[in-house]
Design a protein around this ligand. Structure first.
Ligand code: UDX
Length: 442
C-alpha cells in the first residue's frame, strides 16, 4: 500500500482521496481552505455525494485517511495527486493559477523523489510545463503523470470503483507502473499513453458526450415540428451499438462543472493552434438555445409573462447533487425575473445555494407548496420526487394545470388521463384542459 497525498479537496480530490484510502492506501488530503479541512477533520463532507460521508468517517477511524492544510504533512508521500480547480477565464480558457500554486508548494515541500499525478482537467501541454516548473525548483526527481477523472456528480464513488477505464499518461515507464499499482485493487481496465494524449482524452470525451446531448436536443426540436417522438427516436438510434443508447436523453441542455467549461476550453485550445472547432462551437450554441427554450415556449403560450406566477421544480444541474454550476435553472430564473414573472422554486437539496443568488425568488418547502396557486409550472431537474408525484396534484393545486416538462418526466399516456396542458421535449404537446384557457396564445 502506498503513502499518497491529494492536493485539493473539491469534488474530484475528495472522492478520489477517500476512495484510495478505502482500498487500503494511506491518504492525506490537503486543502488551503481551513474551513473545509476543519469540517472534514470532524468527519463531515463539504459536498453532497451519496455514501461519501460514512466512507470518510470509516477510513478516518481506520487511520488511513487524514486531512490537513499544511504542506509539511505530505512531505513523506511517494505519490502526490493534484486535484485543484481549473476555473475558466472570461474568454473560456482554463485558469491555471491553482495548479501553479500547488506546483510551487510541492516544489518547496518535497524532500525525496516523487510521482506527481495531475487529475485536474488541464489544457494539453500543461502537465509537461508543470513538471518543468517543479523540476526547476527542486533537486529531487519528479515523475509526471496525467490521470484525468471521469466521475459524474451523484455517481462519483460508483464511477471511481467501477469506471469504464483509467487513463494513465506519462513519458516515464516507472511512473506509469507506480500509478498502475496504486489503482490495481479497483480492477478497472487501464489504458496507458503519453502525457499530451491523456490530457486530450479528457477534453475529447467530454466534448463528445456534450455533442451527443446537443445532437439529440436538435433532433427533439425537429420531432416537435414533424410529430415524431424523440424518446422512440433515441431508443431506435441507441440500439445500434455503434451509436450506443447513453447520453441521448433530450432535455433542457447540459450544465454542471465540466461540460460547459471543458467544451469552451477545447474551442479555445483549438483556436490557439489556429484550428476553428466549428462542430464544438455549434454544440455550445445549441446548448445555450436549449437552456432558453422553455421560457420561449412559455412566452409563445401566454404572450406576456408579466405578473404570472410560475413554479420552477428543480434547480440542480441534474438530480443527485446540490450543484448549481451552469445549471439551466440559473438561465431560466434570470430570464423569467426579467420578464416580470413571480417565481416560486423548489429543489430537494439545492435551495440553500440558490437562495443566495436569487433573493427575488420565493422558495417553497415542498412540491405541493410550490405548486399552490401557480399559473404555470416547469420541471427543470428530473428528481425522483417529481417523477413520482401523482399527476392529479397539478390540476388540484395550480391555478390552471399548465406544465412545461423540460426533462420528459411523465409518459404521454399518463398525462392524457389528466386534466392538464403539457409541453415536453421532442414529443407532441397535450393541450386539453377542462376549463377555458388562462390566456390566449400569442
Ligand atoms: C460529466 C461527465 O459525465 C464526467 O465523465 C466528467 O468527469 C464530468 O462531467 P457530470 O457533469 O457530473 O459529469 O454530469 P453528467 O451526468 O455527465 O451530466 C451532465 C449534464 O448533461 C447534466 O446537466 C445532464 O442533465 C445533461 N444530460 C446528460 C442530458 O441532458 N442528457 C443526457 O442524455 C445526459
Amino acid at each position: 500500500m502506498k503513502k499518497i497525498a491529494v492536493v485539493g479537496t473539491g469534488y474530484v480530490g475528495l472522492v478520489t482521496g477517500v476512495g484510495l484510502s478505502h482500498i487500503g492506501h494511506e491518504v492525506t488530503c490537503l486543502d488551503v481552505d481551513h474551513e473545509k479541512i476543519d469540517l472534514l477533520q470532524k468527519g463531515r463532507s463539504p459536498i453532497y455525494e451519496v455514501s461519501l460521508e460514512p466512507m470518510i468517517q470509516e477510513n478516518q477511524k481506520q487511520k488511513r485517511l487524514s486531512f490537513t492544510s499544511k504542506y509539511e504533512d505530505i512531505q513523506e508521500s511517494e505519490i502526490i495527486l493534484i486535484a485543484v480547480g481549473t476555473p475558466q477565464h472570461p474568454d473560456g480558457s482554463a485558469n491555471l493559477t491553482y495548479i501553479y500554486e500547488a506546483a510551487e508548494a510541492i516544489a518547496q515541500t518535497i524532500n525525496q523523489e516523487v510521482t506527481v499525478v495531475v487529475k485536474s482537467t488541464v489544457p494539453v501541454g500543461t502537465c509537461q510545463n508543470v513538471k518543468n516548473y517543479i523540476q526547476a525548483k527542486t533537486p529531487f526527481p519528479i515523475q509526471m503523470v496525467s490521470n484525468p477523472e471521469f466521475l459524474r456528480e451523484g455517481n462519483a464513488l460508483k464511477d471511481l470503483f467501477e469506471g469504464d477505464r483509467i487513463v494513465i499518461g506519462s513519458d516515464d515507464q516507472k511512473a506509469i507502473q507506480t500509478v498502475m499499482e496504486m489503482y490495481a485493487p479497483f480492477d478497472i481496465p487501464m489504458m496507458t499513453t503519453d502525457l499530451a494524449s491523456a490530457e486530450m482524452i479528457k477534453y475529447a470525451s467530454n466534448a463528445f458526450l456534450a455533442t451527443k446531448i446537443s445532437f439529440i436536443n436538435e433532433i427533439s426540436s425537429i420531432c416537435e415540428k414533424v410529430g415524431a417522438n424523440v424518446e422512440a427516436v433515441a431508443k431506435g438510434m441507441g440500439m445500434d451499438r455503434r451509436i450506443g443508447s447513453s447520453f441521448l436523453q433530450a432535455g433542457i441542455g447540459y450544465g454542471g462543472s465540466c461540460f460547459p467549461k471543458d467544451t469552451k476550453a477545447l474551442v479555445q485550445m483549438a483556436g490557439n493552434v489556429e484550428h476553428q472547432f466549428d462542430l464544438l462551437e455549434s454544440v455550445i450554441h445549441v446548448n445555450n438555445k436549449q437552456q432558453n427554450k422553455i421560457v420561449d415556449q412559455m412566452k409563445e403560450r401566454c404572450g406576456s409573462l408579466v405578473g404570472k406566477r410560475i413554479t420552477i421544480l428543480g434547480l440542480a444541474f441534474k438530480p443527485g447533487t446540490d450543484d448549481l454550476r451552469e445549471a439551466a435553472s440559473l438561465v431560466i430564473l434570470d430570464r423569467l425575473l426579467r420578464e416580470g414573472a413571480f417565481i416560486t422554486a423548489y429543489d430537494p437539496v439545492a435551495m440553500p445555494r440558490a437562495k443566495e443568488k436569487f433573493p427575488a425568488v420565493t422558495f417553497a418547502s415542498n412540491v405541493k407548496e410550490a405548486l399552490a396557486g401557480a399559473d404555470l409550472a416547469a420541471i427543470v431537474t428530473e428528481w425522483e420526487e417529481f417523477k413520482e408525484l401523482p399527476l392529479h396534484f397539478y390540476d388540484e393545486l395550480m391555478n390552471e394545470a399548465i406544465l412545461f416538462d423540460g426533462r420528459n418526466c411523465y409518459s404521454l399516456d399518463e398525462v392524457r388521463e389528466q386534466n392538464m396542458e403539457y409541453y415536453s421535449v421532442g414529443r407532441p404537446a397535450i393541450e386539453h384542459t377542462k376549463s377555458a384557457p388562462l390566456m390566449h396564445k400569442a
